[in-house]
Design a protein around this ligand. Structure first.
Ligand code: HEM
Length: 135
């Protein structure tokens, strides 16, 4: 007997298909390079060091796309709208967030099908995070 107990190969996750941890780490690194220079977004991040925020976003995105579930083990249920409630996420903040994310997605050079899947999600998620229309 071999230890091949099933002839069925499980489908590859999006996480694996795009290159796993290295890809998500790069996405978030390039995104935060943009945030670091953004006069509206940068002041929203309470910590001097953006490192811990980077780790949280990386773990969340990895979990969302079928990678390790470390985010929930460390942070519990994502409840992203609730966690953003303390910040003023208006259309300007959303557009800035998306502009930095667009640059980050472009830097990955993904296959078009993966790129559009990732971008569709990020765009929808950013629109859903709006919590005020105050300027
Ligand atoms: C639309 C504009 C957005 C703004 C201005 C914004 C801003 C912020 C800020 C200031 C934080 C706190 C930093 C920290 O301590 O981690 C944060 C946390 C976070 N954001 Fe956003 N965000 C936006 C959209 C999004 C979107 C679309 C996602 C998901 C796709 C997301 C995922 C996260 C995650 C996972 C955290 C950490 C939550 C935790 O505490 O575990 N954000 N965001």
């Amino acid at each position: 007997m071999t230890d091949q107990t099933s002839p069925v190969t499980p489908p590859e996750t999006f996480y694996d298909a795009v290159g796993g941890h290295a890809t998500f780490e790069r996405l978030v690194d390039v995104f935060y390079e943009g945030v670091a220079t953004d006069e509206v977004l940068r002041p929203m991040y309470p910590e001097e060091d953006l490192g811990p925020a980077k780790v949280r976003l990386t773990l969340f995105l990895e979990q969302y796309w079928g990678g390790p579930t470390t985010y929930s083990q460390q942070r519990g249920h994502p409840r992203l709208r609730m966690r953003h409630a303390p910040f003023k996420v208006n259309p300007d903040a959303r557009d800035r967030w998306l502009a930095h994310m667009r640059a980050a997605v472009d830097a990955l050079d993904l296959a078009p099908i993966h790129e559009s899947q990732l971008w569709d999600y990020l765009e929808r998620a950013a629109y859903s995070m709006i919590n005020t229309f105050d300027e």
